[in-house]
Design a protein around this ligand. Structure first.
Ligand code: BV8
Ligand code: ZN
Length: 257
């Protein structure tokens, strides 16, 4: 392994699991009780905006109930101490990396605490429900599994109207989330960092979603050592120089410290 100057870290839902946030591909393969096509595509937003807004309103509200875990805190320590180049690329839309103190951070799939105007493409901080009618998902009584099925209880009263954009006035605000079929944010910046990386570390991701799942190949092609820290082997484990299995709350501090 060459001298390490540039580190690129990729995180996925597994890094937030020990904080209590559900991962996407739990045992029943449902995402908070929904199929991904129902809640994370532009078509879903056009077809059933009330459901999509309620889904993201519930996940945004959940952020107030969770805290960064030892993995987020260890990455923040690395960020504060690492003298070379570092970029933490997260697929997650929660704010736990920031709340742990990470600075050199990029949300490639957007953020729950941001809104996007589908009219003028303005992005703005957002921390309240977008759908005035959506009430929190009711965790169903009969199951306590982590990916417990949720039922959307919408007190819908008539048609759904999106909030108005403060810049252009159009009632077209939507969650600032990269849906399937949409281009992730700052791909040029990510690709440039991967081309310079001496060490690429993937934490808590199943390697199921592209282009993030392809980052390990880009980094290795450019000569980086690739380390995977995950609870179980991912779809791309064979692509890594080294894989260490175990909960991120243990594996990440052990790697950082
Ligand atoms: C695009 C929104 C093109 C935010 C999400 C090839 C190349 C390019 C694209 C594609 C391609 N093939 C297919 C595609 C299309 C598609 C895709 O990848 N589909 C898959 C399903 C095959 N990709 C896209 O559409 C992307 N866009 O390519 O655009 C383009 C080009 C030009 C112009 C326009 C467009 C967009 C992808 C983004 C989609 N949005 N989410 C949100 O709502 O949260 S993706 C969603 O999955 C989340 O962002 C999530 O982060 C991401 C990945 O999931 P993971 O984070 O890995 O979570 P998962 O549950 O799967 O796994 C958790 C892991 O953690 C597990 O391995 C588990 O073992 C582990 N774990 C659990 N507990 C712990 C743990 N590990 C450690 N400790 C623990 N305690
Ligand atoms: Zn606008």
């Amino acid at each position: 392994m060459r001298r390490i100057e540039t580190i690129v870290v990729l995180t996925g839902a597994g890094v937030s699991a020990e904080s209590g946030l559900a991962t996407f591909r739990g045992p029943d393969g449902l995402w908070e009780g929904h199929r991904v096509e129902e809640v994370c595509t532009p078509q879903a937003l056009a077809r059933d905006p009330a459901l999509v807004h309620a889904f993201y309103d519930a996940r945004r509200a959940r952020l107030a109930e969770v805290e960064p875990n030892a993995a987020h805190k260890a990455l923040a320590r690395l960020d504060a101490a690492w003298p070379g180049e570092l970029l933490i690329v997260t697929q997650n839309v929660d704010d736990l990396h920031e709340r742990a103190g990470a600075k050199r951070l990029l949300h490639m799939h957007g953020e729950l605490k941001s809104a996007l105007c589908a009219g003028c493409e303005a992005r703005m901080p957002w921390d309240r429900p977008m759908s005035p009618n959506s009430v929190r998902f009711e965790r169903s009584r009969e199951t306590t599994s982590p990916s417990a099925r949720f039922s959307t209880s919408l007190e819908a009263n008539g048609d759904f109207t999106a909030p108005e954009c403060p810049r252009c006035g159009a009632a077209k605000l939507r969650p600032d989330i990269v849906f399937f079929g949409e281009m992730p944010y700052q791909m040029d910046r990510i690709d440039a960092a991967l081309s310079r990386a001496d060490l690429f570390v993937s934490i808590g991701t199943s390697g199921a979603v592209y282009p993030a799942a392809g980052f390990v190949q880009t980094a290795r092609h450019c000569g980086a050592w690739a380390l995977e820290l995950n609870l179980e082997p991912s779809a791309g484990s064979y692509l890594f120089s080294e894989s260490r299995m175990g909960p991120a709350g243990e594996q990440v501090p052990a790697w950082v410290d």
